[in-house]
Design a protein around this ligand. Structure first.
Ligand SMILES: Nc1ncnc2c1ncn2[C@@H]1O[C@H](COP(=O)(O)OP(=O)(O)OP(=O)(O)O)[C@@H](O)[C@H]1O
Ligand SMILES: [Mg+2]
Length: 356
């Protein structure tokens, strides 16, 4: 039997230490019952939240949840259909120019000019934003250093890898020293190493500049490591908002045991559910069970004993803390990862209106 503890795997949260945000910090972003309709379809439905100055705030949700639409409204790229949003103290509908001056935006699609060099791309943006010549030079040199592209400054953008282009775009979004930085899925499509490099850049930039960051993602680990608070959006609605820690604590059961058995009997799920501390059991695939429990070590012992007594071979066993994946399933009844969308009956009694 193979026992895996995934909590020690990968990078620890402390390597991306989040700076604390003062409780009395003023609001950088205020979104109040904002709505976006496309004809009869409501893409964003009465969403409200505030983001404090200096905070890294994550919008987490699956494809089509409304993340980009929310960002486009907050950054004045599309008009809002209802409600209101204030960014850097300015109303997005009434004072869009003031909002634009205060923000930097990295859209979901890569938009740097492929035929220009890295430095030319940055220069054009700095000129567009009227950054004075001397400041421009200094700021670009500093940003190139921060995103680790100094030695590529003269390279044509089309020769860069996807991760490097993302870093160039992050630098480009900061050339005019904005106060609030919006990033729409900055790591989607990147390999794991490039993703971590982008996280490092963002953490680095945050430590150097006074910046509020709003980031969208559908990667749970990214939101968990980077964000002070996370808003989970699904079908245009806000379904949960809190710190990653509080969100995880809000799910019944604080540990997850993933256990794979060989030929378990038909009533195995039922028997697992009856073990002390267990709050839910999902039969993920043949023989594979995901058990949420309030007592990871106790339930693990009981589960192993039960399997031995029943003569059911245990093939793999993995124990970990509740993840944001469990939070998402808890609040929406679905898994975040598109390819694994399936019904989890255990959330249905709590949210009877939701369909998988
Ligand atoms: N211009 C538009 N006209 C009609 N419907 C739109 C338009 N833009 C977005 N939508 C719809 O609004 C919903 C939200 O889209 P949005 O792009 O905000 O999702 P998202 O959360 O950013 O998803 P993804 O993770 O795929 O980027 C989707 O159902 C989308 O099809
Ligand atoms: Mg999007």
């Amino acid at each position: 039997m193979e026992v895996i503890n995934t909590n020690s795997g990968g990078l620890s949260a402390s390597e991306f230490s989040k700076s604390d945000v003062a409780a009395d910090a003023p609001n950088a972003i205020e979104v109040d019952h904002i709505v976006k309709r496309y004809g009869d379809f409501t893409a964003v439905d009465q969403v409200s939240f505030t983001v404090k100055e200096g905070e890294i705030f994550g919008l987490l949700g699956p494809n089509g949840a409304g993340k980009s639409t929310l960002i486009r409204m907050m950054t004045t790229l599309i008009p809002i259909s209802g409600g209101a949003a204030r960014v850097a103290g300015h109303d997005v509908a009434r004072n869009p120019n003031e909002v634009r001056r205060a923000i930097g935006v990295i859209p979901q699609a890569l938009t740097s000019d492929l035929d220009l060099t890295v430095e030319e791309n940055l220069n054009i943006y700095a000129k567009l934003y009227d950054v004075p010549a001397r400041e421009r030079k200094e700021s670009i040199a500093e940003l190139l250093e921060t995103v680790d592209l100094t030695k590529w400054r003269g390279a044509q953008t089309k020769t860069l890898s996807g991760g490097m282009r993302r870093r160039l775009e992050i630098a480009r979004g900061l050339v005019h020293s904005p106060k609030i930085f919006f990033l729409d899925e900055p790591t989607t499509g990147l390999d794991p190493v490039s993703r971590v490099a982008v996280w490092e850049m963002l953490t680095n930039i945050k430590s150097k500049r006074k910046l509020t960051v709003l980031i969208t993602t559908h990667y749970m680990d990214e939101a968990d490591r980077l964000c002070n608070r996370i808003a989970i959006v699904d079908h245009g609605k806000l379904v949960a908002l809190d710190t990653p820690e509080a969100l995880k604590a809000s799910v019944p059961g604080s540990n997850v045991i993933e256990a794979q058995f060989e030929h378990p009997p038909a009533d195995w799920e039922e028997r697992l559910r009856k073990l002390p501390g267990v709050t839910s059991v999902q039969n993920e695939s043949a023989g594979m069970f995901r058990v949420l429990t309030a007592n990871g070590s106790g339930t693990t012992t009981n589960l192993v004993e039960m399997a031995m007594v029943a003569g059911v071979p245990l093939k793999t066993l993995m124990v970990q803390n509740t993840t944001l994946d469990d939070v998402f399933v808890h609040y929406t009844g679905r898994q975040l990862r598109d390819e694994l969308v399936k019904a989890y009956s255990f959330v249905m009694p709590q949210r009877p209106g939701l369909q998988p």
